[in-house]
Ligand binder design. Structure first.
Ligand code: HEM
Length: 449
């Protein structure tokens, strides 16, 4: 991390997850490692990946998070299991159902418009894409899911950023049984403080919504995610009711999961389009063909018609998948392929490995070639189970449609207004920072059309 990569190569696995890269070379596609006292089985063979992620019998459950991840996501949907997961997944499926997403498109476009107004129309203006998209994706998730906006949610995002940084600094810490209870890392006190503040901020947002209903400003709690959560909290049926703590955890989860990942996809897509201007041109032509000068919208299934844009997003997610480790725990003794696994062993699936396998994608595996997805994922990869930017099976990403629509809206509006190139100040240094991030941001130069 001290110096950038010498070229703009997309061969980033050795840099982002050097340990996993080295170990797959030394020990093969599936191998056992240790994280402190815990055994971890790394699984990168596509068929075994499918067996783990698609399992519906509770054999491979979500791994118990370390204390830092737990503070960030609580018992929210990403972590929850059993009844809690079932109830929360239903709520989220409803809130982010494609019909509801359509209604969110104008709000998304409004947020992008605000960003572009700030960018202005000066030839040669430089922006830093990661920071721009951090604010954009924060604004979009707060407005669409919580009926609030970036400024109101800013404190929460600041706190979540602090939590992410503490989590990242401790990502390789080993939790020790018994002794661990007596160890207090320097960051732990701060962790407690930040957690309290986040909780209070969410309570304020919830109280505000309740007040609006009580004073008659709103007829009900609303049909966005926050509204559904408040309704579920007021349920008479105990089976369907969720507690205040569950609600807070769910809010944290969606603030974080809905923002961090989408910010990454947008940022890497800008880098790849800035350095592959032929694809930028193709995408721009498609956008003008479909929307002309108008804001992106869902009339006549326009979003689904964006074939080039979809190929570009798929290829970006292949080369720079935001979620770097999918974790599970074996709940009871089970056979996985040829391996007999004891209970409690952790399984780690790192998508970057199978996304970079020349046997699956061909010798041009490290090149940005969106056309490999011209006929969908099935034709792009020798084994479709190797492609998992949004995971797979029952625990796949509940926000994947939301994210793809948001990215289509944002990139379309950018392409309608600007051509863009990479600034000479850019340093290529992808790192693992919970998700895969450009260490020094992505500096882009704008050329208004
Ligand atoms: C490009 C954007 C995104 C990527 C690459 C992404 C990736 C993923 C992946 C790989 C998983 C599966 C994790 C596992 O199997 O352990 C997942 C789950 C999840 N994602 Fe996303 N995500 C994105 C956007 C979003 C958005 C926008 C939201 C919310 C609005 C969201 C909410 C969630 C939630 C709640 C889960 C857990 C689902 C469950 O366990 O039932 N994600 N995501």
């Amino acid at each position: 991390m001290k110096s950038p990569m010498p070229t703009l190569s997309n061969d980033v696995l050795p840099r982002v997850q050097p340990h996993i890269h080295l170990w797959t070379k030394l020990y093969g596609r599936n191998f056992l490692g240790w994280h402190g006292y815990r055994a971890e089985l790394f699984v990168t063979k596509p068929d075994l990946i499918k067996e783990v992620l698609n399992n519906k019998n509770g054999l491979f459950i979500k791994a118990h998070p370390d204390k830092y991840t737990f503070k960030l996501l609580g018992n929210g949907l990403v972590i929850a299991e059993g009844k809690n997961w079932n109830r929360q997944r239903k709520l989220a499926n409803h809130a982010f159902h494609i019909e509801n997403l359509k209604n969110m498109v104008p709000t998304m476009a409004g947020s992008v418009e605000n960003m572009l107004e700030k960018w202005g129309y000066h030839e040669g203006k430089e922006i830093e894409a990661l920071e721009e998209f951090r604010v954009l994706t924060s604004d979009v998730i707060t407005k669409t899911a919580f009926g609030s906006n970036y400024l109101e949610g800013e404190k929460i995002f600041d706190m979540l950023t602090k939590l992410t940084s503490i989590l990242n600094a401790n990502v390789f810490n080993i939790e020790l049984p018994v002794i661990g209870k007596f160890l207090n890392y320097k960051s732990d006190n701060e962790l407690e403080k930040v957690e309290k503040e986040i909780k209070e901020s969410f309570m304020q947002i919830i109280r505000k919504r309740k007040e609006k209903k009580n004073t008659g400003e709103l007829d009900d709690y609303g049909s966005d995610y926050l509204g559904l959560l408040i309704n579920a909290n007021q349920e008479n049926d105990e089976e369907k009711r969720i507690s205040i703590d569950d609600m807070i955890d769910e809010c944290k989860t969606f603030y974080f999961a809905g923002q961090e990942t989408t910010m990454g996809l947008l940022t890497w897509a800008m880098l790849l389009l800035a350095t592959h201007t032929e694809w930028q041109e193709k995408a721009r032509k498609e956008v003008f063909d479909i929307f002309g000068e108008k804001h992106p919208n869902t009339e006549n299934s326009s979003m689904a018609k964006m074939k080039i844009m979809t190929m570009i997003m798929n290829e970006t997610l292949r080369l720079y998948p935001p979620a770097l480790n999918l974790r599970r725990t074996v709940s009871c003794e089970v056979r996985l392929g040829e391996i007999l696994l004891p209970p409690n062993i952790n399984i780690i699936i790192p998508p970057l490995v199978s996304h970079n396998d020349p046997q699956i994608w061909g010798e041009d595996v490290h090149l940005f070639r969106p056309d490999r997805f011209a006929e969908g994922v099935t034709k792009a990869a020798k084994n479709t189970n190797a492609y998992l930017p949004f995971g797979m099976g029952p625990r796949n990403c509940v926000g994947s449609n939301f994210a793809t629509i948001e990215v289509k809206v944002a990139l379309s509006m950018i392409l309608q207004r600007y051509a863009f190139t990479l600034s000479p100040t850019y340093m290529h240094s992808p790192i693992q920072y919970i998700t895969v991030r450009p260490q020094h941001g992505v500096q882009i130069i704008l050329h208004p059309l």
